[in-house]
Design a protein. Structure first.
Length: 120
């Protein structure tokens, strides 16, 4: 029995999942083409230039130490990359003692150290 004024909902064709999938495919395709063709490289370079212009001229600092690791370093230490964290700590301690300042390090390696290499 229908109540006066009540409307029944009818189900039409369901385009929701199909439309969503189409949007995902299009977004991925646009992303891949943009990445493969370096379409946004110039825009990225322009935005970096603009940020440096806004930042203004910065003076250089003399409190930066660059630690160069080359073939001689590997030979003298008789180590392979990545170096043990204890070696990194020794270098940082030496730099801190000489400069008596804060330090920051950036080092990248592809895999975390094994417990055996860290403990040496």
């Amino acid at each position: 029995m229908a109540i006066h004024g009540e409307m029944r909902r009818t189900r039409g064709p369901r385009f929701g999942p199909i439309a969503f999938l189409a949007c995902v495919v299009i977004a991925v395709a646009v992303g891949v083409v943009t990445y493969a063709t370096d379409t946004l490289r110039e825009l990225e370079s322009d935005s970096i230039d603009a940020r440096y212009r806004l930042r203004g001229e910065q003076g250089s600092t003399r409190s930066v130490a660059l630690v160069h690791v080359d073939d001689v370093t590997f030979d003298e230490l008789d180590e392979q990359w990545p170096f043990r964290r204890s070696l990194h700590a020794r270098v940082i301690d030496r730099l801190r003692r000489r400069a008596r300042a804060r330090s920051s390090t950036t080092c990248s390696s592809r895999s975390p150290p094994s417990p055996r290499r860290t403990a040496r």
